[in-house]
Design a protein around this ligand. Structure first.
Ligand code: N01
Length: 524
């Protein structure tokens, strides 16, 4: 019997193990992958990279770690992030309590938690911490006929460790979200011919990635504490000065100059963070959206391709935008073809490739599905989690997730979700949100001293209503995004993250703790 079981050994699970162990608790981590790293273990597709700067997309809990580790690039590639997380696992001696290659399939509460693994092993613990990530369950391929395909196929979120050789091959990529936008330019470099099947064009800005100069690293390290605390005081968890003006308060030329400066920063918040109302006012948003579309027209030589690649169905930022390295320019290559599968939908995958409803056939050797994830709830409902009354989380969330602070759910005592739905999570720098959640959970466990805690139904309903209300005051619901569950057929259309920002959210969580865990029932 453990004090706590943690599911997942990614950024969340590794830090949770470190913190809970520091409380003197007996902790075990179960990880489905054959290595630590979570997202960064699985997403090894070519070009995989973080679009939050390396110096910010890293743990702040250890000043020694901060000083020792040298990031080599502005935006870290997947191998470097994985190496960092492996270093963390070794440096803090975490591996001895992590069981790799062990998928948790069920968890039942009867006074304590009983966790069942895929191999039928049952393990008990007082507390259960789901550190399963927001984007860890790939969507199954939704096109008929995949079994007939004679070529090779891969999902970006389950990339083979040995890599994929595209040399001289006819490659098809389905999907133009972040994973597609990052992998397409790299695959194009290798492939004989690349065909991109695009359903919805996405906003993307140049990353202007490059090596981190030693003097930049030194300057960051000299003032790391300040940088971290600034990040925590922002909306997004990315250190930046807050916007103070509406986009509509200033003249056209001034706005363009501001957007241009944001563009040149190569940052997710460069443009989106320029004005206060870009995510709440459609007219304000249109000014930024049109600026980005004008850049797409500059970057893509063929006007028809440029128009196909220009997003018009959703406001800028309401689907996760991307930072790219040469994405739009890739369509200027002779050996790359763009196919609009909104106009002519994919009908089926055949033995030789892909056929559209309009009857066009594309012969392919390799198919890449960059088609995304069952986001935010998928990894939680994939486990048969049953609470105090035997009801499953899956059933409880049938009409959309309901949580208290994105950390806990009524009816599920002693269960914690790191960056769960109803918290800022995916709208923020994940590491900032992860550390805040894990710290909150660790402080809570220290306070509990083994007692049982459960979110009250009233607190959960009030929080869920607040999350929906804040979401409804933004432009996010205007997009068919994975934030809304809209990418998974049959998933309820609900805006899942908390859009109040990390600074406000942290304050609310701290107030709950300071009031003796207000909104929770504590027994025992
Ligand atoms: O997935 P997505 P992703 N037929 O869901 C298309 C994070 N991330 O893996 O928009 C045809 O965004 C789909 O089209 P549509 C980041 O938060 C971060 O790219 O549904 N097309 C879309 O174009 C990101 O947002 C990083 O019409 C289909 C694409 O596939 C999140 O992960 C890197 C289809 C899926 O895009 C998810 O990104 C990578 C179908 N049946 C990921 N189904 C960085 O840090 C889906 N599509 C940079």
């Amino acid at each position: 019997m453990y004090d706590a079981i943690i599911v997942g050994a990614g950024l969340s699970g590794l830090y949770a193990l470190h913190r809970l162990r520091g409380l003197g608790l007996r902790v075990k981590v179960f990880e489905a992958g054959e290595g630590v790293g979570g997202t960064w273990h699985w997403n090894r597709y070519p070009g995989a990279r973080c679009d939050v700067e390396s110096v910010d997309y890293s743990y702040s809990f250890s000043p020694e770690l901060e000083q020792e580790w040298d990031w080599t690039e502005k935006y870290p590639g997947q191998p470097e992030i994985l190496a960092y997380l492996e270093h963390v696992a070794d440096r803090f001696d975490l591996r001895r309590d992590i069981l790799l290659g062990t998928r948790v399939v069920a968890a039942r509460f009867d006074g304590g938690w009983h966790v069942t693994t895929e191999t039928g092993e049952r393990v008990g613990a007082r507390y259960l911490v789901m550190a399963t990530g927001c984007l860890s369950v790939p969507k199954p391929v939704e096109v008929d006929g995949l079994a007939n395909f004679r070529g090779e196929w891969h999902h970006t979120g389950r990339w083979p460790h040995e890599g994929v050789d595209f040399t001289g091959r006819r490659v098809g990529v389905v999907g133009t979200g972040s994973s597609g936008i990052q992998s397409i330019p790299v695959i194009a470099e290798q492939a004989g011919h690349l065909t991109v099947f695009q359903r919805t064009p996405n906003f993307s800005l140049p990353a202007y990635n490059g090596p981190l100069a030693p003097e930049t690293r030194r300057a960051v390290k000299a003032a790391y504490g300040l940088r971290r605390s600034l990040a925590r005081q922002t909306h997004s968890g990315i250190p930046a000065e807050p916007a103070v003006q509406s986009a509509l308060e200033v003249g056209h030329e001034e706005r363009l100059a501001r957007y241009q400066a944001g563009w040149e920063r190569g940052s997710l918040v460069g443009i989106l963070g320029a004005y206060t109302d870009l995510l709440i006012d459609r007219a304000a948003n249109d000014t930024a959206a049109e600026f980005v579309r004008s850049k797409i027209r500059e970057r893509v030589e063929d006007p028809a391709d440029a128009e196909s690649l220009s997003p018009r169905d959703h406001p800028f930022g309401t689907k996760r935008p991307c930072l790219d390295s040469g994405y739009f320019e890739t369509f200027n290559r002779d050996d790359v073809t763009l196919v609009d599968v909104r106009e002519d939908p994919i009908a089926e995958i055949t033995a030789k490739g892909l056929r559209t409803a309009g009857g066009s056939e594309y012969e392919l050797d390799t198919l890449v599905f960059a088609t995304g994830f069952d986001a935010m709830t998928g990894a939680l409902t994939a486990v048969d989690i049953r609470g105090a009354h035997g009801r499953s989380l899956r059933e409880t969330w049938e009409a959309g997730p309901r949580t208290y602070l994105g950390l806990a759910a009524a009816g599920f005592p002693n269960l914690f979700t790191v960056t769960g739905p109803g918290s800022p999570s995916v709208l923020s720098n994940m590491v900032v949100s992860i550390e805040q959640h894990v710290d909150w959970i660790a402080d809570c466990l220290a306070f509990l001293e083994g007692r049982t805690i459960e979110a009250t139904a009233a607190a959960q309903e009030a929080w869920t209503a607040h999350v929906r209300e804040v979401g409804a005051a933004t432009l996010y619901p205007a997009a068919d995004s994975w934030y809304m569950g809209a990418n998974v057929p049959g998933k309820p259309r609900v805006f899942m993250p908390y859009a109040g920002g990390v600074a406000l959210y942290r304050r609310l969580c701290d107030e709950v703790a300071a009031k003796g865990y207000e909104g929770f029932a504590i027994t025992g």
